[in-house]
Design a protein around this ligand. Structure first.
Ligand SMILES: Nc1ncnc2c1ncn2[C@@H]1O[C@H](COP(=O)(O)OP(=O)(O)OP(=O)(O)O)[C@@H](O)[C@H]1O
Ligand SMILES: [Mg+2]
Length: 506
């Protein structure tokens, strides 16, 4: 008789429940796994055989067939080792298989029978609960992330022998999560950055409304320093956002066993040698890239112009749609990519164009060539530009007390709170997510502001996208002031963030 056990795999960020059917018949010894298994699953044969023998059980001599159903879904990862081993032991009556179908069983086996960690445990538990399967046998290292889902009954184990003993005696209570998730304290603060008040203000607006921003300026004026301190002023994640982020880190195997729910917004700063695949995801395993790892957080591209032009161009689609579809002949997945892009660059090859402290040695041609890496459509997707200036000696040695991250974060948080209320009935998180329909509904301006917009947009030939961006940023500036109406001062400030390299209004 064939034994059937529930297990799971995942597709993209979605858990997929599967049935592991094991049948052992008479015949020449053979061990076959059928049902669209990837290499990692096919290789499980060797691990399962050794784990069973090294745990003190007999490995059957007959013809073993393992069917992974439904057969049309690709099974990925090494997480099916444990259910296959349990299936073989149950099919040969070496363990008690009664009630085994109440569990979803996942885990990778080592040759000596230890159960090692798996990727994607959290999405698997979420999918199990959705299918009314509430009991899970999982590796101990994954217990904490699995227990984040309230209804789930988690039974964590370290070895195959512990699982078989439990199935025999059923003598264990489900795992209880005593961990309290706290925001990690940063040892950096905005107050350490001398001056740069305009860029600090621009970053505050960007974080408050979820707007993209490019900082430009001469070398050594604090652009990278400011960017690395952005996490200290970001608003907290909501529970749903935390769960989304934790799911992504679970799938990519980047979740620390002691971490549980991720409560800090992601901050990713890939090096400029990053490839397209590293940034958007893909590869033969269709893994998520940096843009998905930055979901609900920040993607910081330092030295933007050092990135390969084609790498920058692939960002165009996710910047707009806030997700990425990766298609390969092996399948296709959609990953979320709702990130805030922060980038920094020097305004010219020598770095000192517009700087008051040193003469720029570049020709106009040098500058145009240098900036040509940033295509029109790419720049069109950027919400804000901010110039960071070079300090003179007095500014460098100034003893003025700078504002702390905590006090900036309070304003950002208050503005986000207004946005959460505003969008309670919409599927939006912040002003940056608004589409044309929402902009018409939530960004009405007074007549003076209308007049300014009229004059400005008649003077410069802008895209509709830019017009919408100016309105969205104006909305955020008004929210930071707790002002219901968008007035002329909000619009004027929003327009000022469209100045890229002086004289070139973008
Ligand atoms: N505004 C500032 N306040 C305090 N220290 C600063 C400031 N700007 C620069 N520094 C000091 O100079 C170092 C270099 O700054 P940073 O790397 O942020 O410059 P940058 O603008 O990113 O330069 P580049 O264009 O070369 O990348 C910092 O680590 C810090 O010690
Ligand atoms: Mg830098």
């Amino acid at each position: 008789m064939a034994i059937s056990i529930y297990s799971s795999t995942y597709n993209g960020l979605q858990g997929v429940i599967i049935n592991v059917e094991v049948e052992i018949s008479r015949g020449l010894p053979a061990f076959n796994i059928v049902g669209l298994a990837d290499t990692a699953v096919r290789e499980s044969k060797e691990r399962v055989r050794s784990a069973i023998i090294n745990s003190g059980y007999d490995f059957p001599l007959g013809k073993i067939t393992v069917n992974l159903a439904p057969a049309d879904i690709k099974k990925v990862g090494s997480l099916l080792d444990l259910p296959i081993a349990i299936g073989i032991l149950a099919a040969t009556d070496q363990i008690n298989s009664e009630g085994i179908n109440n569990f979803i069983i996942v885990g990778e086996l080592s040759l000596n029978g230890d159960i090692t960690s798996i990727r994607g445990a959290l999405p698997i538990v979420i999918e199990g609960i959705r299918n009314n399967l509430v009991k899970f046998i999982v590796p101990t290292v994954n217990a904490l992330e699995c227990s984040l889902i309230e209804k789930a009954e988690i039974y964590p184990f370290d070895t195959l022998n512990q699982v078989t003993t439990y199935l025999k005696h059923r003598d264990m209570l489900p795992y209880k999560n005593n961990c309290v998730n706290r925001k990690k304290d940063s040892n950096m603060d905005f107050s350490e950055v001398v001056g740069q008040n305009a860029t600090k203000r621009a970053l505050e607006i960007a974080c408050a409304g979820g707007h993209n921003i490019i900082m430009f300026g001469p070398p050594g004026c604090g652009k990278s320093m400011l960017a690395s301190r952005i996490p200290t002023i970001l608003p907290s994640l909501t529970y749903e956002e935390s769960l989304d982020v934790t799911k992504i880190y679970s799938i990519t195997g980047k979740l620390h066993p002691n971490e549980g729910l991720i409560v800090n917004r992601p901050y990713r700063a890939p090096h400029h040698t990053a490839t397209k695949t590293a940034l958007i995801g893909g590869g033969s395993q269709l893994v998520p890239g940096e843009i998905t790892l930055s979901h609900h957080g920040i993607l910081f591209l330092d030295e933007l112009l050092e990135f390969n032009k084609t790498v920058l161009e692939v960002l165009r689609e996710p910047l707009e749609s806030k997700q990425i579809t990766i298609s390969r002949c092996t399948g296709s997945v959609v990953y979320p990519a709702d990130f805030m892009l922060v980038a920094s660059l020097n305004p010219c090859p020598c770095g000192y164009y517009l700087s008051k402290v040193r003469e720029c040695t570049c020709s106009d041609h040098d500058r145009i060539k240098y900036l040509s890496k940033l295509s029109g459509p790419f720049l069109d997707r950027i919400d804000m530009f901010s110039f960071a200036y070079a300090h003179n000696f007095n500014e460098m040695t100034s003893t003025t007390k700078e504002e702390s991250s905590e006090s900036i974060r309070k304003r950002v948080e208050a503005a986000r709170q207004i946005q959460r209320k505003r969008f309670a009935l919409e599927k939006l998180n912040c002003n940056g997510d608004m589409s044309g329909r929402h902009i018409r509904k939530y960004c009405t301006v007074d007549s003076a502001a209308e007049d300014i917009l009229n004059r400005y947009f008649n003077k410069f030939p802008f895209s509709m996208r830019i017009y919408n961006k100016v309105l969205k940023i104006s909305r955020t500036i008004a929210d930071l002031e707790n002002s219901k109406d968008i007035t002329s001062s909000h619009v004027v400030e929003a327009i000022s963030y469209r100045q890229f390299i002086k004289g070139d209004v973008i």
